[in-house]
Design a protein around this ligand. Structure first.
Ligand code: BES
Ligand code: MN
Ligand code: ZN
Length: 475
């Protein structure tokens, strides 16, 4: 797939196929006028096309092959509808297998050229590494008719590619997508300096969460730290939960759907993808990306319910469930990152709680934190992407709910407010830094999704890459 920007409508119309968006209320007459193709309204109505959202119909008029793409009513239209409409259109086009495609835009939003290129890129994804028969897509040349320059389109393509890179990492089967593989992938990103800590370092540095959770793992656990950009700037610190397989440990999970816990490394995968994107775009931003990586497995030497672990910042936690492991490894990464790099802000990504999935479903991530300003910046970025967030509270009662009788805090606060008490736990490890925590348990992969989103293929979604890109562009 090659995507170009063109301002020249007539040249684009020489393409083998034209994607033409149509609003329900303005109907194909506008499209006919725009294309100078008077036959469109008649051929559209013959085909039963009325511009309803998601309707896609091929038609021929005046020597052009046209895919009419319904956008629905103009008054109900927004960028998310555009994403879904163009993703549906793309799936039709790839089946029709033409070479060059002119892509017309509705002309209602400033960012739609970027959005179209990005959405084609993320819709064009399949994880077929382990399939004998590879998915084949036609080699399309997409010519987007837009006022924006090729640089904008190229940027959108890179954001899409980094999202797909995150999906590739997250989709890896658990015995292949190991902490060592993540370290290797980090080392392959150009312009990124990588440090990797192992077990001896966890013990030496007092990272009891990482030490405890990784104790019964066969694959060596690691804390991989990536640094990109000018060191004279205060950095942004990104931390991603990287449990490469979460069996629950001694507090073992039911076997049903346990396979999905290969996706418990989605937070780390997002951080990896964001670092790659920063490098690909040569962003002038100082970013630290941390990935606490380990399997969570049972074993004779495993950490146990009742154990007390001491984290990097000296706080101790009582283990009530070895299945609440994410917060334990994040605690060490967060407190180390905050102390060592003195960031201006901290953002973590974690498939942290089933409770968040119950609260917000599969299309909205939970956001929590200590800093209203940071949270509002991320919310604003989110409003420009498909990566929805909804704020959950961490108040004093949630902090009190995880106080322990035998340690400083305990690693679960029971079922009520499960997403918030997990956030409250993490809050103990970020000091006074502006911090936002994204619980992506519901949105990081599509298996559980009951409503399909056309630009999200089966498996990992890559949630977070575009969101942080958008955040960085605004700051
Ligand atoms: N990785 C899971 C959370 C999860 C569950 C994400 C289902 C996506 C789908 C996490 O490590 C976990 O097991 N959390 C427990 C915490 C509980 C023991 C306090 C949970 O949510 O049940
Ligand atoms: Mn768990
Ligand atoms: Zn987990």
């Amino acid at each position: 797939m090659n995507i170009t920007a063109t301002k020249d409508l007539n040249r684009a119309l020489g393409s083998e196929l034209i994607i033409a968006p149509v609003f329900e209320d303005s109907m194909p007459q506008d499209t006919a006028n725009a294309l100078g193709s008077p036959g469109i309204p008649e051929s559209a109505s013959k085909a039963g096309f009325n511009g309803k959202f998601k309707q896609n119909i091929f038609t021929e008029a005046d020597g052009h092959l046209i895919l009419l793409t319904g956008l629905g009513k103009k008054s109900e239209y927004n960028l998310e509808k555009m994403r879904r409409a163009y993703a549906e259109a793309y799936s039709k086009v790839k089946d029709a297998s033409t070479g060059s495609v002119a892509v017309l835009l509705p002309g209602t939003h400033e960012n739609e050229g970027f959005e179209a290129a990005y959405i084609f890129k993320v819709s064009h994804y399949y994880f077929d590494r382990f399939q004998t028969e590879k998915t084949t897509f036609p080699d399309l040349q997409l010519n987007i008719v837009t006022g924006v320059g090729q640089d904008v389109i190229d940027g959108a393509v890179k954001v899409g590619e980094a999202t797909n890179f995150t999906r590739d990492a997250a989709n890896m089967p658990p015995s292949r997508g190991t902490p060592s593989l993540f370290e290797k992938m980090a080392r392959e990103i150009s312009g990124v300096e990588v440090t990797a800590f192992g077990r001896e370092d966890f013990v030496r540095l007092g990272m009891g969460g990482l030490e405890g959770v990784s104790r019964a793992a066969t694959e060596p656990g690691k804390l991989v730290i990536m640094e990109y950009g000018p060191k004279d700037q205060k950095p942004l610190l990104l931390v991603g939960k990287g449990i490469t397989f979460d069996s629950g440990g001694i507090s073992i999970k039911p076997s049903e759907a346990m396979d999905e816990m290969k996706f418990d490394k989605c937070g780390a995968s997002s951080v990896l993808g964001i670092m790659k994107l920063a490098s690909d775009l040569k962003l002038n931003k100082h970013i630290i990306g941390m990935m606490p990586l380990t399997e969570n497995l049972p074993g004779g030497n495993a950490y146990k319910p009742g154990d007390i672990l001491k984290h990097y910042n000296g706080k101790t936690s009582e283990i009530l469930s070895t299945d609440a492991e994410g917060r334990l490894v994040l605690a060490d990464a967060l407190s180390y990152g905050v102390e060592k790099y003195d960031p201006y802000a901290v953002i973590d990504f974690a498939t942290l709680t089933g409770a968040c999935v119950i609260a917000l479903g599969n299309n909205i991530a939970g956001i929590m934190g200590t800093d209203a300003n940071l949270i509002s910046q991320i919310k604003k970025a989110s409003s420009e992407t498909w990566e929805n967030v909804w704020e959950l509270p961490i108040d004093q009662d949630f902090m009190d709910q995880i106080k322990s009788e035998v340690a400083d805090i305990k690693n679960t606060g029971g079922r009520p407010g499960g997403a918030e008490t997990a956030g409250a736990f993490l809050r103990n490890f970020v000091g006074e830094k502006p911090w936002a925590h994204l619980d992506i348990a519901g949105v990081a992969w599509t298996q559980a999704k009951t409503v399909k989103t056309p630009y999200l293929p089966h498996g990992a979604t890559g949630f977070g890459v575009r969101l942080i890109y958008q955040y960085l562009m605004g700051n």
